[in-house]
Design a protein around this ligand. Sequence first.
Ligand code: ZN
Length: 503
Amino acid sequence: MNEMQTKLNELKVRLEEVKALNNAQAVLSWDQSTQMPPGGGAARAKQLAVLAQLTQEKAIDPAIGRLLDALQKYGESLPYDSDDASLIRVARRDYERDVKVPAEFMARFSAHQAESYQAWTQARPANDFDRVSPLLEKTLDLSREFANYFPGYEHIADPLIDLSDYGMKVDSIRSLFKELRARMVPIVKAITSQPVADDNCLKQSFPEAEQIAFGRKVVERLGFDFQRGRQDMSPHPFTTSFSVGDVRITTRVQERDLGDCLFSIIHESGHGMYEQGVDPAYDGTPLMGGTSSGVHESQSRLWENVVGRSRGFWEYFYPELQKTFLNLQKVSLDTFYRAINKVERSLIRTDADEVTYNLHVMMRFDFELQLLEGKLEVQDLPEAWRERFRSDLGLVPPDHKNGVLQDVHWFSGFVGGAFQGYTLGNLLGAQFYAAALKAHPEIPAEMKQGRFNRLHIWLKENLYRHGRKYTAAELVQKATGSGITIDPYIAYLQTKYATLYKL
Ligand code: ZN
């Protein structure tokens, strides 16, 4: 075996140890959110902190740096998309980011994060912004400090955006959002000036166990593999994975809201199918997992909205849904279809429909930038929030819990980089779907017959199997033949909503 192979193998062993520690933390976090009794909290926090420190130490071990240096030329001599070149490239990017941030900072930040999250869980129901505002100020300081470990940025939010959407910059996101906003606002205005769709059919009594069972049946049909995954309950649905063969999704259920459980299962199964679709050869390596939060969210939104809220999808599933829930038997497919695609100006981002959703995201993105730039003070945030809501959505939040305190993000992570992925996901979901349709125009007809395999295989081939091999920009280019663009998303909304409203 030549010297480079020996070094590469040594690198792989070290990186796989880091990934194993990461995955072990993910198991403990999953357990904490789904199974753990409240009494386990303190011990779990300790276990997670120890593992986080061990992981960080292993990840920034100078031996990894030396191996990466020694392998640099060799990696560049291999074809760009070969597995080994990609592993070396992605590992170097991760390593260079991790070594720049002192372990002492990470410990300080994670202690603050725990305190701030804890305070938020009490402040939100109590509607008490003052309780968390000093903590949010500190989060903002820590976010700036983090960014400043990466000197040379164009905008202070860029290093924070890099954490979730590597390669995206404030500048490019701003211009994308500006164009999107200009084209969305007339659509939102046209729809919301018409009578609101009646969704009472979704607000009847639906036994919880049957909702969960139905959701499971749906996502199994879409292609989520329960031999390599499972579904549990949690107050906030999420997806996590410990290996390509073990991907966990969670859901929640409300007896009088049929849409909540059903669409959150479909949403999470989109994230889950992405994780399950990564090339098994990358399992346990830095190439495992999704490439960015925008691309990840594109898969949850594609399956949830583009597929799961389409008429064709329900032509297949609605008769089965009516058999499961007899109180839908007198509700026509048209009524049901309008109900699940109800558009209205609303206060809460996570409940927003797919038409108004991006307005919620864009306002948070702008606030993050203004806070980081020092143009907006934390104490002025509630008023800024009310003002922006009034101008964008014509609504004024009656209190903080339905306003500035609604999202967990700024109380459990950095200010900066937390929200853009949701809107990038909406745009990319439509762009990927359009590319899949171009390759296989028969997809919609097959969906009406309950066949989703062709779409799933296209996504696996073009996106999922690559894991983190390509950056989001490279992946979008390869899969769709162009950079990220808003046209497919606008075309999708216009076509779909023209059948539901006068546009
Ligand atoms: Zn998601």
